[in-house]
Design a protein around this ligand. Structure first.
Ligand code: ZN
Length: 408
């Protein structure tokens, strides 16, 4: 029997243990203080117990001080399995924290008591992000048990605070510790699709803006005495919404493959029908292909604004509420290639490089020049009531990770 087949058989045999670990993890709600919780400390202790029992002994704990939680710290754990080569490290990063269950009436079971129904486990955190956390742990322990030395050193990274900004998790580690090297392989199994074919390597840049148009308020029966900010703002919003025609380049890895400039929130203006509003405020959510320079886009906004100001005699200003961009991970990066081979072996499918609309934790790593791949086989029930994990996905993903660890 080929070595990797031995590992796959071991993983198959650990189905019940994997379910038991899921139960243990969900039983300890790891909520951030701003979500009314006490952090990840208790959950991390449970994880450390499991690591110990699995014979994974090289474990480092990086605690980030946080006075808002009773332990005073937010834990980040690195478990290391030495490989044949030190030249790269294969990282698998998963997060300890969860989001609150939301309206409890929408749950059919207790969110903190994992229930198995058919081939699924139900409970808060079982998919986001424990499916991958458990998969990575059993991939590593099965490799060890099969006496296989991984091709590269494997590091399982379990972080805090992913759901509420990562300031006590990956952002802290990136600022204060030199954990990663440019050549490392970094997998963030915290996104994907039900087929398992989506290999996320890029995200669009995000620009959120507020536009304010100032005219002059007056009685609606004498419109010529005022300047209608609503009318000018409406012209402006239509021009901005059409910018995708100007920035028309396409990138087929994204869906939609274009940049989008979408008007969203609108603030209320006057409370009565017979007043012409002198103040108009709306918001724009832009998702822009990474190849487009955001400063150029902002400059274009200024030109359009000048046009509208001249046409209507209004004053327009805008402020940037959020701006973020990160360089895409190249599709030919070694981790994408290894992942594709593993997907063929385990699931019999071809993986596709894809981009998404933005806002994931991988962007923190990509911004600092670390090539990062997001992948998992999930039904995308994260943050929903009745969150579930398909047990076969947890087992399959564990094999995919083990296959990448083992190398060719
Ligand atoms: Zn997540």
């Amino acid at each position: 029997m080929e070595n990797i087949e031995k590992v796959f058989n071991l993983i198959n045999k650990k189905r019940d243990e994997m379910i038991a670990l899921q139960k243990d993890l969900s039983a300890i709600p790891a909520l951030a203080p701003q979500n009314g919780g006490d952090g990840e400390w208790e959950k991390s202790k449970k994880l450390l117990e499991w690591l110990d029992n699995m014979g994974i002994s090289d474990v480092e704990l990086i605690n980030v001080p946080d006075e808002r939680v009773s332990s005073g710290r937010r834990p980040n754990i690195i478990a290391t399995i030495p490989g044949k080569s030190e030249s790269r490290t294969f990282w698998i990063m998963t997060h300890l924290d969860i989001v609150p269950p939301g309206d409890i009436k929408l749950w059919q079971t207790d969110p903190y008591k994992v229930i198995k129904k058919g081939d699924r486990l139900y409970g808060r955190g079982v998919e986001d992000n424990q499916q991958s956390m458990v998969a990575s742990l059993f991939a590593a322990s099965s490799i060890l048990e099969a006496d296989i030395v991984p091709a590269y050193t494997v590091k399982l990274l379990f972080v805090s605070d992913e759901e509420t900004g990562s300031e006590y998790g990956i952002n802290y580690l990136l600022r204060n510790h030199n954990l990663f090297r440019q050549r490392d392989l970094i997998l963030v199994p915290d996104g994907g699709n039900p087929e398992g074919s989506m290999i996320e390597i890029a995200e669009k840049s995000i620009l959120w803006l507020q536009f304010r148009t100032i005219g002059r308020q007056c009685h609606a029966s004498m419109p010529e005495h005022g300047i209608n900010a609503f009318v000018a703002g409406s012209d402006l919003v239509l021009r901005l919404n059409k910018l995708n025609q100007e920035y028309s380049i396409k990138n087929p890895i994204f869906n939609p493959p274009i940049s989008t400039f979408t008007p969203t929130k609108k603030e209320a203006n006057v409370p009565n029908v017979n007043t012409i509003p002198g103040d108009d405020v709306f918001y724009l959510d832009c998702r822009i292909l990474p190849s487009i320079n955001l400063d150029d886009v902002l400059q274009r906004f200024n030109e359009i604004i000048e046009d509208v100001e001249q046409k209507y005699g209004v004053e327009v200003s805008f402020s940037v509420i959020q701006r973020s961009s990160s360089p895409p991970t190249p599709g030919d990066t070694p981790l994408v290639q290894s992942l594709k081979i593993a997907l063929k072996t385990v699931y019999g499918i071809s993986g596709n490089e894809m981009g998404i609309g933005g806002g994931t934790v991988a962007a923190h790593l990509r911004k600092r020049g670390f090539e990062t791949v997001v992948w998992s086989k999930i039904d995308e029930t994260a943050h929903q009531p009745n969150e579930y994990c398909i047990i076969d996905n947890m087992i399959g993903d564990s094999k995919v990770m083990a296959k990448i660890m083992a190398g060719r």
